[in-house]
Design a protein around this ligand. Structure first.
Ligand code: NI
Length: 192
């Protein structure tokens, strides 16, 4: 089932995500719905707060980056579920990458982040993993990880750039920006 994606301005995007347990209600269904929602919106990552749940769960499928990243063959079919993730270490040089977010449609800005990330997480079977990522994979993981910490990529852009997109952000909250996927806007009352 395709879920509505929560638009910028909703307080759920600002909540610190909580850990979940194996018996979280309908977890398999939630993960399947999140993948369906992400593919429908042509995203490469989606975090639970973006579908209204302030929990430490996000998914990644970086295959769309496969074309332009020949130097990273592991991107192909990189599909993962990250549960109760904790970033253990970020290292390397900061580099800029134009990020976007399904909750903030039509906004794309360069964000600087460190090149490597070491992360601890559980997969959908609750097996524990500790892995290191670099390049675009690290980038997608860092972006999604921010979501479960209540952070957004626009927090990391300069005040000047933030001022330039302020009107756009306001329009998103009000439901005046309509991407080609279902969204839930905080400033729009649901019609019955
Ligand atoms: Ni995002």
């Amino acid at each position: 089932m395709i879920l509505p994606i929560i638009a910028y301005g909703d307080p759920v995007l600002r909540k610190m995500g909580e850990d979940i347990t194996k018996d979280y209600p309908h977890l398999d269904e939630l993960i399947a719905d999140m993948f369906e929602t992400m593919y429908h919106a042509r995203g490469v990552g989606l975090a639970a707060p973006q579908v209204g749940l302030p929990i430490r769960l996000f998914i990644v499928d970086a295959s769309p980056f496969d074309d332009d990243e020949d130097d990273q063959p592991e991107i192909k079919n990189f599909k993962r579920v990250f549960i109760n993730a904790r970033i253990l270490e970020e290292s390397g040089k900061e580099w800029p990458f134009a990020e976007g977010c399904l909750s903030i449609p039509e906004v794309r800005e360069d964000v600087n982040r460190k090149a490597n990330v070491k992360i601890s997480y559980y997969d959908e079977q609750f097996n524990h993993h500790e892995e290191e990522y670099t390049g675009v994979l690290a980038r997608v993981i860092q972006h999604e990880y921010d979501h479960i910490e209540g952070k957004l990529f626009i927090d990391k852009i300069s005040p000047i750039k933030k001022r330039l997109i302020a009107k756009k952000l306001d329009a998103i909250t009000k439901g005046l920006v309509r991407p080609g996927y279902k969204m839930k806007y905080p400033a729009v009352k649901k019609k019955k």
